[in-house]
Ligand binder design. Structure first.
Ligand code: PMP
Length: 391
């Protein structure tokens, strides 16, 4: 039976990790993998997480089952950060824990499909797993161009997609720090998107995986909140894997917004049943650690300071790149105004290969770079190499 299966190509980024690990050149630069790195190139465990984990070791007295919704203390503690001071938006939100942001996206798409969504509109390029999940669940995807060549958001394309959508369509938006382009909507653009969604009734799914890595926790949530304030129903998919550095511990959450209490309860019960049939229950450890941080003023402060350090380091790298102006044919100035871990450079696959082979610089074939892979010590090398291969 198994020989009927077609081989799947390996994940390109994982293959890149192996190539990078095998490279013995001492000045090699890894801009591929999507994790934060310090100026020394490390991806350390947050001090706030270490302290919370110690509390878990000392005080956790049971690892008995929790249920498909996971740690509701964690789910509730996150809500003011996501939805603002009125954390439940007047009792209109129901949430559950998921295995990472990926679990939340998977659950959102599966629940949308179960509720009758026929097509999901999505800006491209996007996080590659969006397309993979949609394909796996077999929900029809309609794409539009997310960005313009000059490094700005293609607001006309998203508004057109929303305005021309059918009655059972949805639209997938990145809450902040767009992966891979780093190009976010302005406050005015978010308002226009929210108005268009409210007019057409298209169902919004907002994927927020990098809150706090752009301009700040509140600032990064503002666009998403402005849409949620205008619509009767929405899904929010959330990841703590970047802003708490929990990557492999798989910490995420899924939230449903609905105007009607019965509808909300009913949708939640369906999400619960889907979670039960998918992973039964999410892993507890990471979410429990995040809950302990968010319920403790001191630890919350330690976490926010760590997040501030990450964000300002990435802003420094972006500023240095923008200050470099151009490298060969690549204009680096738009990177200064973009947000989060990633940006996309207009380079060909051949140029990406040349950067790897001749300069030991590793990046995705799509031209995506991880901003946190650069340091004040290697930016010059990177800019020179880019000039060399594109000039
Ligand atoms: N959405 C987007 C846009 C992402 O970039 C990512 C992480 N790369 C996720 C969701 C999923 O994050 P997690 O690792 O928590 O599953």
């Amino acid at each position: 039976m198994l020989n009927r299966l077609e081989a799947q190509s390996p994940d390109a980024l994982l293959a890149l990790i192996k190539l990078h690990a095998a490279d013995e050149r001492p000045d090699k630069v890894d801009l591929g993998v999507g994790v934060y790195r310090t100026g020394q190139g490390d991806t350390p465990v947050f001090a706030a997480i270490k302290a919370a984990e110690q509390q878990l070791v000392d005080r956790q007295d049971s690892k008995s089952y929790l249920g498909p919704e996971g740690d509701m203390g964690f789910v509730n503690a996150l809500m003011p950060y996501i939805f603002g001071a009125d954390a439940t938006m007047g009792g209109r939100i129901a949430g559950m824990q998921t295995p990472g942001g990926t679990g939340a996206v998977r659950l959102a798409v599966a629940l949308a499909q179960k509720a009758g969504m026929e097509r999901l509109h999505m800006g491209v390029p996007s996080w590659p797993n969006h397309a993979q999940i949609l394909n796996d669940i077999a929900l029809e995807t309609v794409t539009f161009q997310h960005s313009n060549p000059d490094g700005t958001a293609n607001i006309d394309a998203v508004l057109e997609a929303i305005r021309n959508a059918g009655p059972n369509d949805g639209v997938l938006l990145h809450g902040c720090c767009h992966n891979p382009t780093g190009i976010d909507y302005s406050a005015e653009e978010w308002q226009a998107i929210g108005d268009a969604i409210a007019e057409t009734g298209i169902f919004p799914i907002i994927d927020t995986a990098y809150q706090g890595l752009g301009h700040g926790l509140e600032e990064d949530a503002a666009g998403m909140r402005s849409v949620l304030a205008k619509v009767p129903e929405a899904f929010v998919c959330y990841s703590c894997d970047k802003n708490f550095g929990m990557y492999r511990d798989r910490v995420g959450a899924f939230y449903i917004l609905s105007d009607g209490q019965d509808t909300l309860d009913n949708a939640f019960s369906n999400a619960n049943a889907l979670a039960r049939a998918s992973w039964s229950m999410p892993p507890d450890h990471g979410a429990a650690a995040v809950r302990l941080i968010l319920r403790d003023e001191e630890l919350t402060k330690v976490w926010k300071d760590e997040l501030d350090t990450m964000r300002s380091r990435m802003r420094d790298v972006r500023r240095a790149l923008a200050d470099a102006g151009t490298a060969g044919s690549v204009d680096l100035t738009p990177l200064g105004g973009q947000n989060g871990l990633f940006s996309v450079l207009p380079v060909s696959k051949e140029q990406v290969a040349q950067l790897r082979e001749e300069h030991a610089i590793y990046m995705a074939g799509s031209g995506r770079i991880n901003i946190a892979g650069l340091t004040m010590g290697n930016i010059e090398k990177f800019v020179d190499a880019l000039a060399d291969v594109t000039g």
